[in-house]
Design a protein around this ligand. Structure first.
Ligand SMILES: Nc1ncnc2c1ncn2[C@@H]1O[C@H](COP(=O)(O)OP(=O)(O)OP(=O)(O)O)[C@@H](O)[C@H]1O
Length: 211
C-alpha cells in the first residue's frame, strides 16, 4: 500500500550536533499519528522535515514523491506550528476569511461552523489582540483545519486549552478523520494523545520509535 508520508533515515545535524538521527516512519491515509517526547526531543523538527521546511539527509516521500526543500509540497496541508499566522488587528472571522481566499470552496457557512466549534466570537468585533491565550490557540487550530486538507499537521494543539476544550477537540479531530483527513500531531499531553491517536511514536533525543 502506498503511504501518504514516508520518512526513510531522515537525519539532521547542526554544527556537528545530531538533532535527528535516522528517523524512519510512515503515515497512512486516515491515520492520526502522534509524536510524543520531552521538550527538545525533536518533535517539531520531524514535523518540519515532513513539510520540507528544513534540509535533512535521507528521504521524505509524500504520496511516493520525493520532497525537495524549496519545491512545491505535493498535497494540500493545514499547518499549526509555533506562531500561527494570525493577524492581531483582525477578528477571528476575518482571519479565517483571509485564509479561505487561498483555499478552494470554503464557504461562509463553514467558517461560521468552525467559529462555533471552537467557541470563538462570530458576531462581535473583538479583535484577536484582545483574545486569551486559549482563544488564540483555538483560532490557530481552526486555521489549520479550515478547508479540511488531506494532511493536517498540529504542533502542541492542546497548549493553553482547558480540559473541556481538549475533549471537544478530540471529538472534532475524530470527525475530521472520518471525513478523510490525516493527522500528524506533536504533543506532550499524554491524556490527549491516548484519546486521539491511532498510532503513536515516542521521540527521544532525535530518534523516533513506534509505541
Ligand atoms: N536551527 C537549529 N539550530 C540548532 N539547534 C536547533 C535548531 N532547531 C532546533 N534545534 C534543537 O533541536 C532540538 C529539537 O528541537 P524541537 O523543536 O524539534 O523539539 P521539540 O521536541 O519540538 O520540543 P518542545 O516540546 O520544546 O517543542 C532542540 O534541542 C533544539 O534546541
Amino acid at each position: 500500500m502506498m503511504s501518504l508520508i514516508k520518512l526513510v533515515n531522515v537525519s539532521k545535524s547542526v554544527k556537528n550536533q545530531a538533532l535527528l538521527t535516522n528517523v524512519s516512519l510512515t503515515v497512512n491515509a486516515g491515520d492520526i499519528v502522534t509524536l510524543e517526547g520531552i521538550n527538545g526531543s525533536g518533535k517539531t523538527l520531524i514535523l518540519k522535515a515532513i513539510l520540507g521546511l528544513i534540509r535533512t539527509t535521507g528521504d521524505v516521500l509524500i504520496n511516493d514523491q520525493k520532497l525537495t526543500v524549496g519545491g512545491k509540497f505535493p498535497i494540500r496541508a493545514g499547518i499549526l506550528i509555533e506562531n500561527p499566522s494570525i493577524i492581531d488587528n483582525f477578528t477571528a472571522k476575518k482571519n479565517l476569511e483571509l485564509l479561505a481566499r487561498l483555499l478552494p470552496e470554503v464557504t461562509d457557512q463553514q467558517i461560521d461552523n468552525l467559529l462555533t466549534q471552537f467557541e470563538l466570537p462570530i458576531n462581535d468585533n473583538k479583535k484577536v489582540r484582545k483574545f486569551s491565550l486559549g482563544m488564540r490557540q483555538k483560532l490557530g487550530i481552526a486555521q489549520a483545519v479550515l478547508g479540511q486538507s488531506p494532511l493536517i499537521i498540529l504542533d502542541e494543539p492542546t497548549n493553553a486549552l482547558d480540559a473541556e476544550s481538549i475533549d471537544k477537540l478530540v471529538t472534532y479531530l475524530h470527525q475530521l478523520q472520518q471525513r478523510g483527513c490525516t493527522f500528524v500531531i506533536a504533543s506532550h499531553d499524554r491524556d490527549f494523545v491516548e484519546q486521539v491517536a491511532s498510532r503513536r511514536f515516542q521521540v527521544k533525543a532525535g530518534q523516533a520509535h513506534e509505541i
